[in-house]
Design a protein around this ligand. Sequence first.
Ligand code: UD1
Ligand code: CA
Length: 460
Amino acid sequence: MTTKNAIIMAAGKGTRMKSKLAKVLHQVCGKSMVDHVLTQVEATHMNNIVTIVGHGADDVERALGARTKYAAQTEQLGTGHAVLQAEPLLKDADGMTLIVSGDTPLFRAETFEELFEYHQAKGAAGTILTSDAPDPQGYGRVVRNHLGIVEKIVEQKDAGEEERKIHEINTGVYCFDNQKLFAALHQVTNDNAQGEYYLTDVIQIMKDQGDVVAAYRMADFDESMGVNTRSALATATKVMQRRINEQHMEDGVSIIDPDATYIDAGVKIGADTIIEPGVVIKGKTTIGEDCFIGAHSEIHDMVIEDRVRVTASFLEDSIMHQDSNIGPYSHLRPQAEIGEHVHLGNFVEVKKAQIGARTKVGHLTYVGDATLGKDINVGCGVVFINYDGVNKHHTNVGDSAFIGSNSNIIAPVEVADHSFIAAGSTITDDVNFHDMAIARARQTNKPDYWKKLPHEKENM
Ligand code: UD1
Ligand code: CA
């Protein structure tokens, strides 16, 4: 087997993004562009992967971790100079080297494999991956001679009027014979419009020395798209969004309006789940089978089991066990654990709390820092008061308790199994098994109060 090496160029600043963040760390569907690239490169089973880092090097290394080796490019003198920084790590390697930019997030591993095959079949020293751009503005153009053989690549800024009319572009992905690549890179100069060392010049250098240079033209331009601006980032996100949604639909998920459904890369969804328009699903979320995710729900880092119904709610970093439901207009904050068949109705907020099976919290309630057992009924407008201004305190409520509407439960307090809290109570002390707690002012009625009112006196 031929040794396969890969170099990912990710040192550039991305001036056109006008951002404090290194360009390659901008996200497409919840994952940085360079991570998308690395993920696809990994799928081609490389022997060595080197990422060239410069701008935001620490951030890029933190984002990608030990999945790749790193070579520093302290000054960004161009893509040719970038690749040369990998020489100390790759100079003894045989075989071929794939080069990809960190700002082309849509490439698929299958395309890299096709490039390897073509490169090997042609016995080439270097093969460029090209595509036909509807609008080639900003890309390097592929110049072919009258026989259709690649002569060179001309950058936008160096291109003459005729060359600018060429629609075949350099995608920025290449496959090279590793040894020949570094030999040629030493001959690249910065004599061009941008004063940079262009990697693309390697093509002409190889040709001039009689090596075979090939070009593999891929069918789908969208996949090769480079992101240099915020506008291109939005376009790339649209393409990725469509790709992610198509995959879920193929796996048996119903997505009512894929153009209006935003699902991050890496989210898992079971078959026969239905997702309505305007839904946003982010991070490490997993959703089971036969769920219903209603319009305008936003879901972050959640575990949602089978047959859960979510209606127009905001859920983060929590678990909903099977057959539970929530909403409309409710909020799970981090560390909520919602038991099987639990019903959470409208305007309910739950934070750092466990709610046992079949418990109902129907309306206008805050449950924070609490453990609720099974089969509890929590009335309307109940507040678990967890904060004394300095510390948070915890409340436990036992199985089958009944908490009347508009009660305040001031933590820390223990409410036992099968106990009752009368509506409107402010509970500060524990409630025992089978007891009822009532903690509110007793009602007094003033007889004939009506007659004491001024207008009544005038009529008398
Ligand atoms: C490059 C190609 C162009 C191609 C396009 C495809 C060159 C000279 N041009 O242009 O032919 O059509 O990609 O998207 O290669 N980088 C470094 N160090 C540097 C400069 C760049 O690591 O000194 C990295 C950037 O972070 C980026 C990648 O290389 O990930 C490409 O650089 P960029 O400046 O975006 O090149 P383009 O102008 O898009
Ligand atoms: Ca680019």
